[in-house]
Design a protein around this ligand. Sequence first.
Ligand code: PEP
Length: 256
Amino acid sequence: MRRRIVAGNWKMNGSKDLVQQLVGDIREHVADLDEAVKSTLDVVIIPPALYVDSVIGCCGDALATGVQNVSQWQSGAYTGEISSGMALDLGCQYVLVGHSERRQLFAESDEVIARKVTRVLESGLTAILCVGETLEEREAGQAESIVASQVRQGLSTVSSDQWSRVVVAYEPVWAIGTGKTATAEDAQAMHAEIRGVLEQMNAPSRNISVLYGGSVKADNAAALFAEPDIDGGLIGGASLKADEFVSICRSFPVGA
Ligand code: PEP
């Protein structure tokens, strides 16, 4: 049975005060969730790496934590980089890899992304591989092939005992931070494609959580999460507001 996950990517936002307020509020609300919901759901906070320690201090066991990026190298003379081993050492469980902002603004190639996935998995953490097409690619009818290629390349080095620590997040680039969301039907169609690609890679595709990201809000999460292949969300802007973020966590179909 695959896990439901709602992960909040704070991007380069936050402060010591925000950590105390926001994480405290989220933790309280998550504690109030129905036991049946809590037992199937991981709520993950992914702040800037500098705040991970304070977030973990505020989270207790109620929430999981991640970092937004790690180095493709294990350790050494790579000024400014942080390693997946360090994220593990701090107490993180998750690492985002290949977010479209990393691909576009920091020129991360599929090859570099695959190396980062390797580092994350060998350190014992869970990798959330982000994939998604641009608007031009969608309009050119290339969305499926681009996403399939990103999944194949990004996960090319995963060994059979590591699939249980792989999550895929489908995030159409045109939906990130724009207020435009894929329709639940279009997102479901792409998630089914992704599961098909995982199957072809001999991955246990039914057990791998596939999240949707791109302007998910309290008012559209329920429609997305009702789809059979959408196992939760990667949330940007809405993860910075406790009420909105927790409403998203409450948006899974009851009894499913
Ligand atoms: C993201 O940054 O991964 C994201 C989905 O952002 P937003 O929810 O703001 O579109």
